[in-house]
Design a protein around this ligand. Structure first.
Ligand code: ATP
Length: 369
């Protein structure tokens, strides 16, 4: 089915719900992705990511909702449709590599094609093409047990894509690798996905992984969606306190919307230890004057300066500095609050110094509590 018949969306999830006993693991979530895109379900342990993935794969039966892939309904509780998992034509890569230890790399990758009774000469061509794509040329004849964790995961990925599935599902595939390898594999995996162009759903609790790899991120908590957006939007414009806290590092401080000004801007009133300040900010969705809100600002958008700046500022003391080569992480105590500030080492800020904290208004947000 072509894109125009499916509103440009390839995977469509509509009001998906799954209970385990009385617990609602997935609470009526809906999302879509266009063909060829990489979507990540991001959230802490137990928020329902794996359950969602398993419903897409057909390994769990949802209690309600509809899942459509390329115009084909995989599951629809209303229409009483449930396509068997083996008919869904899905490739999966898990945290445990799940490759066959008694087979070589080549045999592992060719096996799914043999089962499908693909012509032997075509199998050879396709396996070699995939082996090159995942960078395992030197490992072809090796037993799977002789491979490193990263090589085993490349083999698992090759095996998942060799049949050109309709969809690729990943469940924390990099979690067992050490940090350096994990960082390399993020970029590699994204490159390979981009090259093969197979629509992918990726599950992780690692926000850095989600930011690096995804076209679209869905931030989940307790079975529902907190925010959907591209990596840049999720980082720069978190919808609420939860997302702001979960993605990257943020200064979050309670306040009240004092007034709205022109074009999506506002002033938020913040009070700490009897001192009140009015801080200009961007107004998050769903907020109006008088609403309780949280001010959210990343440390790179908070400045500690020695001279009192023009406009609103807060006088405080530097209580900690940590030198990290290309930047300096500082903590500045203002009343009962500690500002996290990322400064340039050239500024030579020192512990014990008095400074004024100034926020970059274009990158300070008022968000929903
Ligand atoms: P993790 O990263 O730890 O796997 P997750 O976000 O993928 O977490 P799920 O595995 O989808 O979360 O679990 C969502 C909720 O459903 C949790 O509260 C979990 O305890 C519960 N749950 C998941 N599978 C089952 C099951 N087979 N039986 C009962 N409860 C389950």
């Amino acid at each position: 089915m072509n894109q125009s018949e499916t509103n440009g969306q390839y995977l469509e999830i509509n009001r998906l719900t799954k209970y385990f006993g009385d617990d609602r693991a997935v609470d009526g979530i809906s999302f879509n992705i266009p063909e060829g895109k990489f979507l990540t379900l991001l959230g802490p342990s137990g928020c329902g990511k794996t359950t969602t993935l398993m419903c897409i794969a057909g390994l769990l039966t949802p209690d309600a909702g509809k899942i459509t892939v390329g115009g084909i309904p995989f599951t629809s509780t209303e229409e009483k449709i449930f396509l068997a998992p083996e008919k869904r034509d899905i490739g999966m890569v898990f945290q445990s590599y799940a490759i066959w230890p008694h087979m070589t790399v080549e045999q592992n990758i060719s096996y799914p094609l043999e089962i499908k009774k693909v012509d032997i000469s075509e199998i050879e061509d396709r396996v070699m093409e995939i082996i090159r794509l995942v960078g395992l040329e030197d490992m072809v004849g090796k037993d799977a047990t002789q491979l490193s964790g990263g090589q085993q995961q490349r083999t698992a990925l090759a095996r998942a894509i060799v049949c050109r599935p309709s969809l690729l599902l990943f469940d924390e595939p990099l979690s067992n690798l050490d940090l350096k390898l994990r960082e390399r594999m993020r970029v590699e995996l994204k490159r390979i996905q981009h090259e093969v162009g197979i629509t992918s759903v990726y599950v992780t609790h690692d926000q850095a992984e989600a930011l690096v790899m995804s076209d679209e991120i869905i931030v989940m908590s307790k079975g529902h969606i907190e925010q959907t957006g591209g990596p840049h939007a999720i980082y720069a414009r978190p919808a609420n306190r939860y997302v702001s806290n979960f993605i990257g590092i943020a200064n979050l401080i309670e306040g009240k919307i004092a007034r709205t000004t022109d074009s999506g801007r506002a002033e938020i009133e913040v009070e700490q230890g009897g001192e009140r300040v009015l801080l200009p900010c961007l107004l998050g969705e769903g907020l109006e004057p008088g609403d309780e809100a949280f001010l959210s600002v990343r440390p790179e958008n908070v400045h500690a300066v020695r001279e009192r700046p023009e406009g609103p500022s807060m006088e405080g003391e530097i209580i900690q500095t940590v030198f990290l080569g290309n930047h300096l992480d500082c903590r500045v105590r203002w009343q009962d609050f500690e500002w996290k500030v990322q400064a340039h080492p050239r500024e030579r800020l020192r512990e014990g110094e008095s400074v004024f904290v100034r926020l970059d208004a274009d990158h300070t947000l008022a968000v929903l509590p």
